[in-house]
Design a protein around this ligand. Structure first.
Ligand code: IPM
Ligand code: MN
Length: 364
């Protein structure tokens, strides 16, 4: 039986409670599928770890991730815990994303049934797009490198040909692989979100995008300035299929998208490179609700589903998304307008386990 080595980083704040729920769901899936095993290797990393050890991750943990098949990461960070340069000490993006060259950050934005959205008259089928956020350069290339004096501060945005080419290719592959096209018209479409009306770097990105697009003529293309894109994600989210964009723009737009589908607690992500990947919610450690049993674990659970897909377990991943859809449809648990769950993460996990049993039964 195939066994996958999975590193688990529970993280800070609500991290441990939502990771526990995700692992419970994964355990159920292994039991039901019956033909694969996950062996977990739990490591501490993040802001609490930094407080005790003066660094956010040990070399052993980094090495364990290098040797793993995939990593499940909970949210990390404590806003108060900062490096001498003033940035947050706990965030692991610099270590993991750049350390393993995980250049694609995949952020699906999908509205599930009965989940409250601030957008009026949006049906679940009308919001279903994926943001492909470039994950190793852009404005974040300046991470830890900006210059600051008494009078001024600067961070530099970097876009390389290699970086633009590979993220655009990844976006076109995603557009081909995604089961459905854009909700509006069923078309496969990649939208480049940029700011080339003002910045030359984005004109460069746009030219590379146009070149790479020629490799995939069956996918429609368009470009949109980021300010207009922010408006369009509110006024006509049904138009979008796959969005590709620079690192910081992708960070901002994915939170915006999250707000339209029941909050960030609904939002998983995959950080993918040529050889490794890790899977996490797009949100932070939400200290204000940690331990209160209201955190929505679906971000973490769906991230675990993205991991299954990455490991080649597409059917199990699809059945998990189906189980989540059905559990919400039947109101086996509900998401409040504030994006919280009523009885805690493990109640959500328990409902999903039952729903999964049904989904696997139907499949037999
Ligand atoms: C995200 C997060 C991180 C980011 C933070 C925690 C550094 O907001 O994954 O979107 O900005 O990339
Ligand atoms: Mn973010």
């Amino acid at each position: 039986m195939k066994t996958y080595r999975i590193v688990v980083l529970p993280g800070d704040g609500i991290g441990p409670e939502i990771v526990e729920a995700a692992v419970a769901v994964l355990d159920k899936i292994q039991e039901l599928a019956g033909d694969f095993r996950l062996s977990y290797d739990v490591h501490q990393a993040g802001a609490n770890y930094y407080l005790k050890n003066g660094k956010n991750m040990s070399a052993e943990t980094f090495e364990a991730i290098r040797q793993s098949d995939a990593t499940i990461k909970g949210p990390v960070g404590l806003p108060e815990v900062r490096l001498p340069d003033g940035t947050e000490a706990g965030s692991l993006g610099g270590v993991l994303r750049n350390g393993f060259d995980l250049y694609a950050n995949v952020r699906p934005i999908k509205l599930f049934p009965k989940v409250p959205t601030p957008l009026k008259d949006k049906s679940p089928e009308s919001i279903d797009y994926i943001i492909i956020r470039e994950n190793t350069e852009g404005l974040y290339a300046s991470r830890g490198r900006g210059l600051i004096t008494e009078q001024a501060a600067t961070d530099t945005l970097l876009l390389t040909r290699k970086g633009c080419e590979r993220i655009c290719r990844f976006a076109f592959d995603t557009a081909l692989r995604k089961t459905k096209g854009a909700p509006e018209d069923g078309r496969r479409r990649v939208t480049l979100v940029e700011k080339s009306n003002v910045l030359r770097s984005f004109y460069f990105f746009r030219q590379v995008f146009a070149e790479v697009a020629k490799e995939t003529p069956e996918v429609e293309i368009e470009t949109l300035y980021v300010d207009a894109a922010a408006a369009a994600l509110i006024t006509k989210p049904q138009h979008f299929h796959v969005i590709v964009t620079e690192n910081m723009f992708g960070d901002i737009l994915s939170d915006l998208g999250g707000a339209t589908i029941g909050g960030l607690g609904m939002c998983p992500s995959a950080n993918v490179g040529e050889e490794r990947a890790y899977f996490e919610p797009i949100h932070g450690s939400a200290l204000d609700i940690a331990g209160k049993n209201v955190a929505n674990p679906l971000s973490q659970i769906r991230a675990a589903g993205m991991m299954l897909e990455y490991l080649g377990r597409q059917k199990d991943a699809a059945l998990l998304e189906k189980a989540i859809w059905q559990a919400l449809e039947k109101e086996r648990f509900s998401i409040s307008p504030a994006g919280q769950v009523e009885k805690g993460a493990m109640v959500v996990a328990a409902a999903l386990k039952e729903e999964l049993e049904r989904c696997y039964e139907v499949r037999k």
